[in-house]
Design a protein around this ligand. Structure first.
Ligand code: MN
Ligand code: MN
Length: 318
C-alpha cells in the first residue's frame, strides 16, 4: 500500500467531530503496512500517586482530531513523507504489572520485526521500560528524556517496577547507554539528597529547569544532539515537564515547568536524529476534564511525528 492509502480524513469532507476516533484521523492499519506506527499503551499500574494515565491514548486520539496536515514552521507534512497509521493499543492487564510488562514488550518486539518505528502514547512512564525491552536488540541506545523527574529510583513500596524506576532498570538491563542520555527539565524538591546519585554516577546528563532558563533552549538542544551523537536514539516525553498551569492532567505535577510553546520548539530543534522510537506518557485525562492536557499532548505528538518522519525520510522533498 502507498502513502495515498494513509492520509488523514479531509476535514473539508468529514468534520473533525465525526468519523472513527483514531490518532490524527488516520486509518487503522497493521504495523507491517506502515513506516511509523502510532500506538496506545493504556496502562497506569506503575503509578505511585494520582492515577488515570490508562485513559491517555483514548483522550489523546479524541483531541488529535484537531491536528492538521502541515507543520506551520517547517512546512513538512509527515503524511506526505511516509506511511503513518494508527496501529491500535498494546495489550495490557490492568490488574498485573508483571503481565503487562511482558505483553507490552512482546507487542513492541513484533513492531520492531515489522520494521515500523513506534510512536507510543501512554500510559505511565513504566511503559517505556517495556517498549525498550521490545525494540532494543543490537546494543544500548541513547535517550533524550523530557521530564520533571529522573525516574531513576531503585524502588517504591518494595517494588522495582513502577513509573519512578524505568530508566534505572533500562540501564541495568543494557537497553540504554547512560553516557548517551540526557534528561531535560528536572525540578522540584526531592525526598533525599542522594536521589540524583545514581544518575550522576552513571554519567547521565541532567539539565535542571534553572540551567535551561539560564542557557536557553537552542544551546541545550544543541548539547542534546551532541550527546546522542548521531547514534540510535529513543525520545521519551513525560507531560509533567510542562508547567501544570498548561498541563494539569498528570499524576505528579511540578510547578515551574516548560510552556507548551517551549516544548514544541525544543522537539523541533532535535531534527534530524537517528530515532528508533518515541513516546509521550503520563497524561491523565480524568485529572483534566477540560481536555487541555490531552490537546497539548496531541500537538506535541505531532511535533514528535514530524521530526521522526523527517529523520527517516531525509530532507524535505516537497
Ligand atoms: Mn515526571
Ligand atoms: Mn517520568
Amino acid at each position: 500500500m502507498s502513502i495515498e492509502d494513509f492520509q488523514p480524513l479531509d476535514s473539508g469532507v468529514v468534520p473533525r467531530f465525526a468519523g472513527p476516533c483514531s490518532f490524527m484521523r488516520l486509518p487503522f492499519a497493521k504495523p507491517r503496512e506502515v513506516d511509523i506506527a502510532l500506538l496506545g499503551v493504556p496502562f497506569d499500574g506503575g503509578t505511585t500517586n494520582r492515577t488515570g494515565a490508562r485513559h491517555g491514548p483514548r483522550e489523546i486520539r479524541n483531541q488529535s482530531s484537531l491536528v492538521r496536515r502541515v507543520h506551520h514552521v517547517t512546512g513538512v507534512s509527515p503524511f506526505d513523507l511516509l506511511r503513518v497509521a494508527d496501529c491500535g493499543d498494546a495489550p495490557v492487564n490492568p490488574l498485573s504489572i508483571d503481565d503487562s510488562l511482558t505483553t507490552i514488550a512482546s507487542y513492541f518486539a513484533d513492531i520492531r520485526r515489522s520494521g515500523a518505528v513506534p510512536l507510543a502514547i501512554g500510559g505511565d512512564h513504566l511503559i517505556t521500560l517495556s517498549i525498550l525491552r521490545g525494540i532494543v536488540k543490537d546494543g544500548p541506545v541513547g535517550l533524550i528524556q523530557f521530564d520533571a523527574h529522573t525516574d531513576t529510583y531503585d524502588s517504591f513500596f518494595g517494588s522495582r517496577y513502577n513509573h519512578g524506576t524505568p530508566f534505572r532498570r533500562a540501564i541495568e538491563e543494557g537497553l540504554l547507554d547512560p553516557k548517551r542520555m540526557i534528561q531535560i527539565g528536572l525540578r522540584g524538591a526531592i525526598s533525599h539528597r542522594s536521589n540524583y546519585d545514581f544518575a550522576n554516577d552513571a554519567g547521565i546528563r541532567i539539565v535542571f529547569i534553572e540551567e535551561l532558563v539560564e542557557r536557553g533552549i537552542n544551546d541545550i538542544m544543541s548539547e542534546a544532539r551532541s550527546i546522542v551523537a548521531g547514534g540510535p536514539t529513543y525520545i521519551s516525553f513525560d507531560i509533567d515537564v510542562i508547567d501544570p498551569s498548561m498541563a494539569p492532567g498528570t499524576g505528579t505535577p511540578e510547578i515551574g515547568g516548560l510552556t507548551t510553546r517551549e516544548a514544541q520548539a525544543m522537539i523541533r530543534l532535535l531534527r534530524p536524529l537517528n530515532i528508533v522510537g518515541a513516546d509521550l506518557v503520563e497524561v491523565s485525562p480524568p485529572l483534566d476534564p477540560s481536555g487541555g492536557t490531552a490537546l497539548a499532548a496531541a500537538v506535541l505528538m505531532f511535533e514528535l511525528l514530524c521530526i521522526t518522519a523527517e529523520s527517516i525520510a531525509g530532507p524535505r522533498r516537497t
